[in-house]
Design a protein around this ligand. Structure first.
Ligand SMILES: [Zn+2]
Length: 353
């Protein structure tokens, strides 16, 4: 029937058709946004914290921070206010976090020592999030003096400035390019746990082919990895503590004061993650590690084991913890050799400090 229409008529018809399609698409889009903006219902019955401990204030929840804030509603007990401040920090609302912590500290009833420690810690974090960590210095000192809960103490130690203010990664003759060299994004501390005691070191590869070893290319690669980890995967920072490029430069990743995100779940506890940039798989999509890169890995591993009083047995490949080819069949034997060499040395690697 269409081809019986005169020229203009056909144009008018398809114009109409176009509009109908646009309207239909708009309606769909509106429906979809309508769904998206509908408040998701809490999946399970929610019990607000009744005591303030490290676990109840900083622990995970089945709800999103938004859902949990809504569930807390008008609950103004001290544990609820502290949890509220923590959730506001997760959402990067430092002013709301400051308000909630202030209510605990300066509200009608005097807080217990341990509640005050948590509130002071939350204030220090909120000021840091506002870009004014010096304003939170007093809170931090107070919190350090008052805290007893081990989880709170660990978080405090992680953010407390070290007396010498020396960057932790630059010691013992190992040259490490600081985060500023690759314009690292600021981490989101709310998504990280304090490192605690270091007990092991794990080797990875980035699984991304990288033959260009110019500093600019490598630094761009680090930014890509950080963007993926913080964006796609929702980590608090780049997951690895150190990254080594093909020419053997060692780059600082996540600060060692924070637990990494590289070996999944509990395997990250006390585990330093080192990532070799490159894809060390056999075949045309892979690459061989350079001698300089492997030597730098060895230097760094020996240094870290020494610094934390660990042995060859405490060195692992990612594949040890899960079914993965990481760090690649071309690197794994090198790590195994290094493990053996270190085990054969004196029972403990001499402490460097
Ligand atoms: Zn890995």
């Amino acid at each position: 029937m269409l081809h019986h229409l005169p020229r203009g008529g056909r144009a008018a018809f398809s114009f109409c058709q176009g509009w109908i399609r646009t309207l239909a698409l708009l309606a769909c889009a509106m429906l979809a946004t309508g769904c998206a903006t509908q408040k998701p219902r809490p999946a399970r019955a929610y019990t607000p914290p009744t005591v303030a401990s490290g676990e109840s204030i900083f622990g995970p929840s089945v709800l999103t921070p938004e859902q949990e804030l809504e569930a807390l509603g008008r609950n103004r007990t001290t544990p609820a206010m502290l949890r509220r401040a923590w959730l506001e920090l997760q959402l990067r609302h430092p002013q709301s976090a400051l308000d909630a912590a202030a209510e605990v500290l300066f509200g009608s009833s005097k807080p217990s020592t341990s509640d005050a420690a948590i509130a002071r810690y939350l204030r220090a974090e909120a000021y840091a999030q506002q870009g004014m960590p010096e304003r939170g210095r007093y809170d931090l000192e107070q919190a350090l003096a008052l805290a007893v809960d081990p989880m709170v103490v660990r978080r405090l130690q992680a953010i407390a400035p070290t007396p010498a203010e020396a960057p932790p990664a630059m010691d013992a003759g190992i040259a490490i390019l600081p985060r500023a060299t690759w314009s690292a994004r600021a981490p989101n501390r709310g998504n990280m746990d304090a490192m605690g005691k270091v007990t092991r070191v794990t080797i990875h590869h980035s699984a991304i082919l990288l033959r260009d070893d110019r500093q600019s290319a490598c630094s761009a690669q680090l930014q890509v990895i950080q963007r993926d980890h913080m964006g796609e995967r929702g980590y608090g920072d780049i997951g690895y503590h150190f990254l080594i490029d093909p020419s053997g430069r060692i780059w600082q990743g996540r600060d060692l004061r924070w637990q990494g995100a590289h070996a999944k779940g509990e395997h990250n506890v006390g585990n330093i993650g080192i990532c070799l940039l490159g894809n060390f798989m056999p075949g045309k999509d892979g690459q061989k590690p350079n001698k300089e890169q492997l030597q730098a890995m060895e230097r760094l591993v020996v240094h870290l084991l020494g610094r934390f009083g660990l042995q060859g047995d405490d060195l692992f490949c990612h594949s040890h913890f899960r079914n993965t080819e990481c760090p690649g069949p071309l690197v794994e034997p090198v790590v195994a050799r290094l493990q053996r060499t270190l085990q054969q040395r004196s029972p403990r690697v001499a402490a460097a400090e």
